[in-house]
Design a protein around this ligand. Structure first.
Ligand code: 3H9
Length: 696
């Protein structure tokens, strides 16, 4: 039974138990209707309490039911039934009250929360709006501004703030259940205070216009936020039922959109990536003591990420002076977190005093459980590090490389313990970016892989399993679609037009702004490394080499594709770039042509999908969804488009194959349809079909 009713003295108690997060499935909705009826007819019960078993209050509607035909009772009706009860009911919540969970609590007549409880309306992150009264009841309790902010940002509000906003009445000081029952006893005999009967706040057109303008800047392309604002505004000054009807219509409209399907695909895929048969019953190794080798941007970020997760970190640099400098870098990042209010000052001091040290000698890693190397991206350097690690690391210690391209099998081969070697590819800045590629080499032991995933969980990151190849999942696909962009520049497109077309599509940044951020030296050295493997028909981005040779290294040198200075810290176009491009094209004998934004997007996306298909076919990614999660979390792919392979399904695989065949008319070396993509298109199947039947 997912919902039960019993009475304790004069208090009727409704308990929801639907692990793991008490989502409001059909069984819970029906159970709540039955329990509400049992409470209403229980003459001995003078007031009631709604509680949840397990680790959290209701985390929302059951997302796995979305996209299927809805079955009654619908959630808004369940909440309405509770609000209309003749006896007062107290919602008592712990954990997170999210979406429909918060909406259920707002339908009760009073609310008490555990001190650590948080609440929010995350529906817009799923391409939806709060559809069970959130857009109507939150403004009535918290006012228009707070409601619009909460709903459009999806921010989780801590209990203390929720109390100030008027969303909850009390914070429990002792046992939540006992405090809730005492509250219910106080309310016994009183008229239920129905949120829906409260007056709405007045409209504030200037505020609404401001919020809409800021949404257009912050979440361009997304529709749910603006619809949510409309639902709130249309509910002002009208009775609850009228506002609810408008909310419901908009909710159902959003439910039918590709954005909703894409964002829910992203939600479930981000959880499915951790479900791997090879580690299903495997216990991870202990990883309390972490070693990090290299105190540059990457090493420092990894160290900070581990420290913030409560792990002990020893950072190694080549000598004591470098170690001291690296330690200062780590301290600076942590202090930055204090300044931004993300970390308490005393906690920062405690971390630096007790959990962190930097040294100039590998011997300091003798007791480390897991050592992550983040040194210069060159095979000989990595081989030297792993030879030294093999000599000092204790038996069973995990030796991880943070390489972003190099062959993990070759690195493992220099050690006497390849079973303990793995790739842990963090993304920069490592204390911010959520993605971790766990690169499983030929001899990596299953419990080492399991530890990679356990580490990611501990660091609150999303781990995706990748096989060994040049660039693993993300950078391999990036190298390929980047070539499509560079070819367009060679043929006449401006890097600025390409960046704009792709940010208009929804990418966080265009490829040339990304180059400036990463540093133009990175691409230059990668091209040098791969020069020997070049095919005579591969097209080399000579313009990128020229920029590097002129000392344009990107943001760090103040100039790359864009110019960065005090007036334009985020970059402005460089008028000299057009001349450089003209010269390069003339040298290569290319007559430049124009590209439309639509063609830029079509070429870039076809290249991305094509290489993604090869990555799945080669087993580098287990499933299409693993590719989507990598691109969404490491490469700025718009979440509301669900990832490249979800997008491809939506677009129609046959049309992408047709595009590639058209592009191949002028370059049949680069544009070759991946066999998997061609097969799926010919069979009328989708990438989604490959997600099914595999661990999902
Ligand atoms: C909504 O409410 C609409 C209403 O306004 C209107 C309706 C008419 N449903 O994340 P975890 C699963 S929209 C179904 O790993 P954590 C999840 O897939 C909803 N399943 O745990 C996973 O399954 P598995 C608004 C759900 O502790 C397992 O539970 N609500 C749901 O890291 C554990 O999840 C949201 O958007 C769900 N609602 O984080 C909240 N939620 O083990 C979404 C979770 O098989 N949920 N699952 O992989 C969350 O943000 C996090 O899950 C939460 C716990 C913070 C609650």
């Amino acid at each position: 039974m997912s919902v039960t009713y019993h009475r304790d003295g004069a208090v009727g108690i409704i308990t929801i138990a639907n692990p793991p997060v008490n989502a409001m499935s059909l069984a819970v909705r029906s159970g709540l209707m039955d329990a509400a009826a049992a409470f209403a007819t229980d003459d001995q019960a003078l007031s009631g309490v709604i509680l949840c078993d397990g680790r959290t209050w209701v985390a929302g509607a059951d997302i796995s039911e979305f996209g299927k035909p809805p079955i009654q009772p619908f959630l808004p009706d369940v909440i309405d039934t509770i609000e209309r009860l003749e006896k007062p009911v107290v919602a008592a919540f712990h954990g997170t009250a999210l979406g429909g969970g918060l909406e259920l609590a707002l339908g009760a007549h009073a609310r008490i929360a555990a001190p650590a409880a948080r609440m929010g309306l995350p529906e817009v992150t799923l391409g939806l709006l709060p559809g069970a009264g959130g857009t109507q009841r939150v403004p009535r309790l918290a006012g228009l501004k707070a409601a619009l902010e909460m709903i459009t940002s999806a921010r989780q509000v801590p209990a203390s703030e929720a109390q100030e906003l008027g969303l909850i009445d009390r914070i429990a000081t002792g046992d939540l259940t006992q405090d809730a029952m005492a509250f219910a006893r106080e309310l016994a005999g009183s008229t239920p205070r129905r949120t829906g009967d409260l007056p709405t706040p007045d409209n504030d057109p200037a505020l609404v216009a401001d919020i809409k303008a800021s949404l257009a800047r912050k979440v361009p392309g997304q529709i749910a936020q603006a619809r949510a604002v409309d639902a709130v505004v249309e509910g002002l000054g009208v009775p609850l039922a009228e506002g609810m009807a408008q909310e419901r219509a908009k909710f159902q409209e959003l439910m039918q959109t590709p954005q909703r399907a894409a964002m829910i695909h992203a939600f479930f895929s981000e959880r499915a990536v951790a479900q791997l048969p090879e580690i299903a019953d495997v216990k991870p190794r202990v990883f309390d003591r972490i070693g990090v080798i290299g105190g540059g941007t990457m090493g420092a970020g990894i160290a900070v990420s581990a420290l913030l997760a409560g792990l002990d970190v020893t950072l190694i640099e080549r000598d004591d002076a470098a170690a001291e400098k690296a330690a200062a870098g780590v301290a600076k990042i942590l202090e930055g977190s204090v300044k931004r209010g993300k970390l308490r000052a005393d906690k920062c001091d405690a971390i630096l005093a007790n959990s962190f040290r930097a040294a100039g000698d590998y011997a300091a890693l003798a007791q480390a459980d897991l050592i992550i190397e983040a040194v210069f991206e060159k095979m000989e350097v990595k081989e030297d590090v792993f030879t030294r690690l093999d000599a000092i690391a204790k038996p069973g210690a995990i030796l991880a490389t943070n390489t972003s391209y190099l062959d993990v099998n070759r690195i493992a081969a220099v050690t006497s313990r390849p079973q303990d070697v793995i790739g842990l590819h963090f993304f920069s800045p490592a204390h911010v970016m959520r993605l971790l590629e766990v690169v499983v080499a030929d001899h990596t032991a299953p419990d080492v892989t399991a530890t990679g995933f356990a580490l990611a969980r501990k660091l609150k990151k999303i781990a995706v399993r990748a096989g060994v190849c040049d660039g693993f999942i993300g950078n391999r696909i990036l190298s390929h679609y980047r070539m499509a962009a560079d070819a367009m520049v060679l043929d006449g497109a401006s890097p600025y037009q390409i960046d704009r077309a792709l940010t208009d599509f929804g990418f966080a940044m265009g490829p040339y702004a990304v180059s400036d951020l990463a540093g133009l030296d990175i691409g230059y050295f990668t091209r040098q490394r791969k020069a020997a493997d070049l095919h005579p028909r591969d097209r080399v981005p000579v313009f990128a080499d020229r920029l590097y040779e002129q000392g344009h290294l990107g943001r760090k040198s103040g100039q790359g594709y864009y110019i960065y200075d005090a007036d334009s810290p985020n970059g402005r176009q460089d008028p000299a770039l057009a001349g450089l491009l003209e010269q390069v094209r003339a040298d290569l004998g290319i007559t430049p042509r124009d590209f439309t934004d639509a063609e830029i997007v079509a070429r870039y996306m076809a290249a991305m999908v094509n290489e993604s298909a090869r990555v799945v076919q080669d087993g580098i990614a287990l499933r299409p969804l693993d590719v989507d999660v990598v691109l969404l979390n490491g490469y700025g792919f718009p979440r509301w488009r669900g990832g490249p392979l979800h997008w491809a399904d939506h677009q129609g695989l046959a049309s992408i194959v047709a595009d590639i065949e058209t592009f191949a008319e002028t370059d049949d070396h680069y544009w070759q349809v991946a066999p998997l993509l061609r097969d799926l298109a010919q069979q009328g199947r989708s990438f989604a079909a490959l997600n099914e039947g595999k661990p999902a």
